[in-house]
Design a protein around this ligand. Structure first.
Ligand SMILES: [Zn+2]
Length: 75
């Protein structure tokens, strides 16, 4: 008998992730919200250089993949 696919228990999810700021190159650690969706995109101002970055969070099981792109690149 095989178990049906299910999400890992909440305690296994990453609580935070980090991205490299596209503007200043600093590694920025941000809190993550696993319940906000498997694929998240939001804009966050870098706490070091104050430039906005578009943050992408993709959940692969209980692990989050986080990366950033410069907001200006979209225009
Ligand atoms: Zn920065």
């Amino acid at each position: 008998m095989s178990e049906p696919d299910r999400d890992p228990p909440p305690e296994l999810f990453d609580n935070d992730g980090s991205y490299i700021c596209d503007s200043c190159g600093e590694e920025i650690v941000i809190p993550l919200d696993p319940v906000a969706g498997h694929s998240q995109t939001f804009v966050e101002d870098c706490p070091v250089c104050c430039n906005p970055s578009v943050i992408h969070v993709d959940w692969e099981g209980a692990e989050a993949r986080v990366w950033a792109e410069s907001e200006q690149d979209r225009f």
